[in-house]
Ligand binder design. Structure first.
Ligand code: 4AD
Ligand code: MG
Length: 433
């Protein structure tokens, strides 16, 4: 094991009676006449340390009673069961050493404004709620890999610097690249499509970039997306995979993150019912529903955030809206043979107003139709010759989707804004820290 010099706080229940050394950071200090209590956080848990005035030397008492919030310390003492202490144990200290002092820690145990907290994000992530959220994130990203590994998918790491536009020209970050223009990937999709004939079922998982000029609670400029792609799968198969996958993720969070969800005061009742099948509405049905509710939306308009919230609010489960008008969606989606005004695609809308968490589609597998769409969108055809090759050499029906990690986490953890669901959020007005 790493760092055997130190006992991890999470291992203390097995160490009752032993003398152990713990290292970590001071969360709080309470000093009374004859005893002081120091709560130390070591990253695996919190432990209350008891400093009895009569049993330690004067220097240790002086040091222990003047500790400041977030000082890094090393403490040695005996593990004593105590039902009132966090974790059910306390540490009766014999020795205390300050490894790194801290003074005037900017984040105090009181309410701070969100701009202040975001400016101090590098410190804010130590706080209880942020720790809970980031631990759920870590569990969720692990669950994503476990699911696709279990299902026999091969992971393909797709490039971040690209020459072809993955989604649309409107939200690109570009950079000079030895005399050419490179874009930061909006998606890994085109590349996982290329890997399909090699492995049939593939996925990529990484950061994606969109120069979104919107300051909503659902938009980041850098977000993480997992994108599976399956050969010989149609749009129906694609939705079946999505509902199975999303149900797995929710179940996994409920199973392994119950402490965190409780700390976040997430009412888990709505999550407990999440299992296939999810309800489905075609885009046309969705528009009709909205019109019945008094909306002025017309067939052909894209659904706005408000429309999505209204539709999702009609169900307790995530809602599929499928087969949108061609004009509202990306160039690579397959024309719907039953209604060529639409494409074979779907969004998945989370319940409780958390918005779109997945966008997916069957891909246009016809060379000439795909070329026509690239032209119609005004995209540079040259940059797509390699992508068109996939339709020249053994084209095949295939489908896939992208699930946004931060939006999925917002829903699961019940946090309203995606900025808290990634360690260091990138927003239109935020590049630091
Ligand atoms: O619907 P999108 O744009 O789909 C794609 O990128 C496809 N290439 C996926 C595929 O078929 N392989 O994005 C997919 C998901 C959205 O549903 C949303 O959850 C998330 O990515 N997303 C964002 N999350 C945070 N901030 C943003 N600016 C986001 N844009 C999309
Ligand atoms: Mg989308």
């Amino acid at each position: 094991m790493i760092g055997e010099r130190y006992t991890e706080v999470r291992a203390l229940p097995e160490k009752a009676g032993d003398e152990v050394t713990v290292s970590g950071w001071v969360e709080t200090l309470r000093v009374h006449a004859k005893v002081a209590f120091v709560v130390v956080r070591d990253g695996t848990g919190l432990v209350q340390c008891v400093l009895p005035a009569g049993e330690v030397d004067a220097d240790t008492w002086e040091l222990g009673t003047t500790l400041e919030q977030e000082s890094a310390v090393e403490v040695t003492g005996q593990v004593k069961p105590d039902a009132r202490a966090p974790g059910g144990h306390e540490l009766v200290l014999r020795r205390l050493e300050v490894v790194g002092a801290s003074s005037d820690y900017p984040i105090q145990p009181k309410e701070h404004g969100v701009d202040f907290l975001m400016d101090h994000r590098h410190l804010w992530i130590r706080s209880a709620r942020q720790r809970a959220v980031l631990r759920v994130r870590s569990e969720l990203t692990q669950a994503i890999h476990d699911y696709f590994h279990r299902e026999g998918f091969v992971r393909i790491d797709t490039p971040i610097l690209t020459g072809s536009i993955g989604e649309s020209a409107g939200t690109l970050f570009s950079t000079e690249y030895f005399g050419e223009t490179a874009y930061l990937a909006q998606t890994g999709q085109l590349y996982v499509e290329a890997a399909c004939p090699a492995f049939r079922k593939v996925y990529c998982f990484g950061p994606t970039f969109r120069a979104e000029k919107s300051k909503t609670r659902r938009h980041l400029t850098e977000f993480w997306m997992v994108e599976p792609e399956v050969a010989f799968a149609d749009s129906e198969d694609n939705m079946a995979l999505q509902e199975d996958f999303v149900s797995y993720l929710v179940e996994r969070a409920l199973e392994r993150c119950s402490d965190e969800l409780e700390a976040l005061e997430r009412d888990t009742t709505p999550l407990e019912g999440v299992r296939p099948p999810f309800p489905r509405l075609s885009y046309g049905e969705a528009v009709a529903r909205l019109q019945e509710g008094g909306s002025s939306i017309e067939w052909g308009d894209d659904l706005g955030g408000g429309d999505e919230t209204e539709l999702a609010g009609m169900y307790d489960l995530p809602l599929f809206v499928h087969d949108y008008p061609k004009e509202a969606k990306a160039f690579y989606m397959k024309e719907n043979p039953e209604d060529p005004r639409t494409v074979l695609c779907n969004d998945l809308l989370a319940p409780e107003g958390y918005g779109e968490i997945i966008g997916g589609s069957q891909r246009e597998d016809d060379l000439e139709r795909l070329r026509a769409r690239i032209r119609a969108e005004g995209l540079p055809e040259d940059a797509y010759e390699w992508y068109l090759d996939l339709r020249r050499y053994g084209t095949f029906p295939h489908s896939g989707f992208g699930l946004g990690v931060e939006r999925t986490l917002a829903w699961i953890t019940g946090r309203p804004h995606v900025r808290e669901l990634i360690p260091f959020p990138r927003l239109m007005n935020r590049l630091d820290p």
